[in-house]
Write a protein that binds this ligand. Sequence first.
Ligand code: ADP
Ligand code: MG
Length: 243
Amino acid sequence: MIRIDNLNKSFGSLHVLKDISIRLEERKVLVLIGPSGTGKSTLLRCINYLEKPDSGIITIDQFSVDAKNHKKNEEYELRARTAMVFQNYSLFKNKTALENIMEPLTAVQKIPKKEAEGQAREILEAIGLTEKADSYPSQLSGGQQQRIGIGRAMAVNPKVMLIDEPTSSLDPELVGEVLNLLYKLAKENTTMIIATHEMAFARHIADHVVFLDEGEIAEEGTSEEIFSAPKTQRLQQFLRKFE
Ligand code: ADP
Ligand code: MG
């Protein structure tokens, strides 16, 4: 239901993503692991055309965009099937928690304000932050801000959530609350692609794992295959760093 076919992306002479092909079924979780600078963020950003691939076809829920042959509005249509969670939360600083979650509903989906507020309050409850509805980002902990970031992504009910190192900006004691929210979403069958360096989390949440190394898929498999029986030396070496 999500397909990436032969995706390539370069920045100048730097070939960052090399012929990446991935399949992900609906309601499953794909985890991207790999060294820093290997192209995980670029891949996530290419999937929703925040970054334009040089070639390749992205298909989400039977809607395909061919990098070499498409109309501009098809990029927006593809993006509308996704929602992104960023490493640095990227919340609107001058909006409350509630307003941050309402924003994509009112601004993008053009849902009337009253209705959007009702939906946003339901999400605040789901992410355990009902009492923070009127707080501004500066009044929230990093973990709470990231939960709002995830809530904002949940609000648009995307076909796939693209989640880029959701805990790497957090103090260690705040990591758990964010991972727990993602576990909850996985249990509710949310389709997600998550880049992370949290290997224990990756192992537990992933249905499928892709190990990216130097812009190519060096190994992929089920969570069990990747973490219990890594085949390639590159992956074995990478995993050793987390022991
Ligand atoms: P990762 O998320 O795995 O750490 P990235 O996707 O951020 O890797 O980066 C992959 C490579 O692409 C790196 O060498 C990075 O410097 C380069 N890169 C990423 N974005 C840009 C950009 N906008 N312009 C030029 N180079 C970039
Ligand atoms: Mg990254």
